[in-house]
Design a binder for this molecule. Structure first.
Ligand SMILES: Nc1ncnc2c1ncn2[C@@H]1O[C@H](COP(=O)(O)OP(=O)(O)OP(=O)(O)O)[C@@H](O)[C@H]1O
Ligand SMILES: [Mg+2]
Length: 137
């Protein structure tokens, strides 16, 4: 497989347009890597939810998408990071339907279900970094 399928790109996230751009890039990269449409959509939705959280709760941040098609197995990884307010109670935030605003409370828990691996690092007053990964099987 050609190494051009290994990418590392950052999208600054501040507006809903940025959310859409990051989601579309994730979809395109995933399809190029050989993920089927269902999995590429799962990846795109996870990116969209994490990016939307950045806009809503932290105002700005970034989405970094990396992929390595030459790895065994190939994977796509998404890092959503911001220097926003952080999350006080991560277990609560990860609970289905729990929201601090008027959301559905499904963004984080849903993203975890849609991806193979989910890691969150957050500190109140400092920000949040969420890393999600899906392997090509
Ligand atoms: N980047 C972030 N910075 C600070 N708090 C966050 C961040 N992302 C999520 N949270 C907190 O975690 C909670 C749960 O997030 P989640 O995305 O699961 O649900 P939601 O955004 O409330 O609703 P929705 O289902 O519409 O996304 C949020 O209500 C918010 O309190
Ligand atoms: Mg959300």
């Amino acid at each position: 497989m050609s190494s051009e399928l290994s990418v590392d790109e950052i999208t600054a996230i501040e507006t809903v347009n940025d959310v859409s751009a990051a989601r579309r890039r994730g979809m395109t990269i995933a399809l190029e890597m050989g993920f089927d449409r269902a999995d590429a959509t799962r990846i795109a939705v996870a990116i969209s939810e994490l990016a939307r959280n950045i806009v809503v709760y932290a105002n700005q941040g970034m989405i970094r998408i990396t992929s390595d098609h030459n790895a065994e197995p190939p994977y796509i990884q998404v890092i959503a990071s911001d220097n926003g307010p952080g999350i006080d109670d991560v277990d609560l935030a990860m609970t289905d339907h729990w929201t601090s605003s008027r959301g559905l409370g499904l963004g984080l828990s849903g993203s975890r279900r849609l991806m193979d691996d989910f890691n969150i690092e957050t500190e109140v007053g400092r920000g949040t970094t969420i890393t999600v990964t899906k392997w090509l099987k």
